[in-house]
Design a protein around this ligand. Structure first.
Ligand code: FDA
Length: 389
């Protein structure tokens, strides 16, 4: 079968690309349905973009690479598309836009756009024997036990990263890159909970509070959540993308810096209360209880000097922790690293050394923050490749 464009992966990036790549396009995916990650994202409501999306919200070895695509297909372009399909949406927090009803509306919208452009979709299809004969890409597709040999002018790799293998993630993009001598930046899980050894936080499982979490000089002010295995919550997930194995993180559980003054005034009004009791009015009681040993929180509040109260406040705003690891690709929302952007055109996502070969979406070494940024990258990079094809 002779076609113009073969797109591997009917996820966010692949579907967006197919909607713009022209009629003689075939999208293949080994999954049962297209856009499965879209469907489950944002608790089923898909955080489809962020009003504040800008290159500053993306991690890449080349921080300039994402600029062109994000500028040419912006969050406002995607919002206009969503509006055109009369999909109701709302801002939840921090510019994060969610569907009012269901993420399935976004999948249906992209499918409709693909149909409009004439792209075909083959699901439950495996791809083997990918190669290039100098003018065309070839691949062997297997669907329903039937084998189809494909010849295509363009090959778009939109098969995503390694996150959540249970949902069909494979390393295919890196394998194809290797085959065509396109370099790959080492991958690691991002937007992922931290783990700590020895059940360290088990007694705190379920405790949530606002905090500032810092890793590698980058800080995020959002909620944190203690889990049976360690630490999660938006601030932790964000910081995890900046963290490397063995490094320390800093957790500030007093981000509003009000603890010292609160304790000082309580010393006047509630002097006979235990220090831990007063602190529990400001912080979750279970956290205070667990920290009381480490921080030696003994005695009544009246017994504490200004210096001692300041010391406690300082300790709680510079809580240094070394995670033993992360929960890994099993739960990571994204994959950091990937196809080296130096090998790609930032305008088209095309591989500089192999005309007609494109890499888009999460497979590329561009990773967004939590909050709709990763889908925006999928839309922008998919659109950029689609324009060129
Ligand atoms: P994506 O992973 O979407 O698609 C890749 C496709 O390729 C899949 O359909 C897969 O089946 C297929 N494929 C893989 N290997 C193949 C092979 N060997 N053969 C054939 N097909 C193959 N982001 C965001 O901005 N807002 C949000 O709300 C969320 N929420 C969220 C929740 C959860 C639980 C996860 C895991 C992730 C998110 N994300 C997110 C991140 C977001 O889902 C992700 O960045 C994009 O889906 C990436 O889009 P891609 O199209 O690049 O890959």
């Amino acid at each position: 079968m002779n076609i113009d464009t073969l797109i591997i992966g009917a996820g966010a990036a692949g579907m967006m690309c197919a909607a713009h790549a022209g009629p003689n396009t075939l999208v293949v995916d080994h999954a049962k349905a297209a856009g499965e990650k879209i469907r489950i994202s944002g608790g089923g409501r898909c955080n489809f973009t962020n009003m504040h999306a800008s290159p500053a919200n993306f991690i890449s070895q080349n921080k300039h690479f994402c600029k062109s695509a994000l500028k040419r297909y912006t969050q406002w372009d995607f919002i206009a598309l969503v509006d055109q399909y009369r999909i109701a949406w709302h801002e939840k927090t921090l510019g994060q836009l969610f569907c009012d009803e269901t993420a399935k509306d976004i999948v249906a919208m992209l499918r409709a756009e693909m149909d409009k452009s004439g792209a075909q979709l083959w699901l439950q299809t495996s791809v083997d024997n990918i190669g290039h004969d100098g003018t065309h890409f070839h691949a062997q597709l297997t669907r329903d036990g039937r084998i189809t040999q494909i010849l295509a002018k363009n090959l778009v790799v939109a098969s995503g990263g390694k996150s959540i293998p249970k949902m069909g993630a494979t390393g295919l993009a890196y394998q194809i890159a290797g085959q065509f001598d396109v370099p790959v930046i080492e991958t690691r899980p991002g937007l992922v909970p931290f783990t700590f050894g020895e059940d360290r936080f088990k007694p705190l499982a379920g405790v949530a509070l606002p905090a500032r979490v810092s890793a590698n000089n980058t800080s995020f002010d959002e909620a944190i959540l203690f889990t049976h295995r360690g630490l999660s919550g938006p601030a932790v997930l964000q910081a995890s993308s900046y963290w490397h194995e063995g490094e320390q993180i800093t957790v500030n559980v007093d981000p509003a810096a009000g603890l010292f003054n609160t304790l000082k005034s309580a010393r006047q009004t509630q002097g006979r209360k235990a220090l831990t009791t007063v602190m529990s009015q400001y912080l979750p009681a279970r956290l205070v209880e667990v920290l009381s040993g480490d921080l030696q929180l003994a005695g009544n509040i009246a017994d504490q000097s200004d210096a001692r109260l300041q010391e406690i406040a300082d300790q709680l705003s510079h809580w240094e922790l070394t995670p033993s690891g992360t929960e890994g690709y099993r739960t990571a929302e994204v994959t950091l690293g990937g196809i080296d952007t130096d090998a790609l055109s930032s305008k088209t996502m095309g591989a500089k050394s192999v005309p007609g070969l494109y890499f888009i979406g999460e497979a590329v070494d561009v990773t967004g923050w939590l909050g709709g940024y990763n889908f925006q990258w999928a839309w922008s990079s998919g659109w950029a490749a689609g324009q060129e094809i």
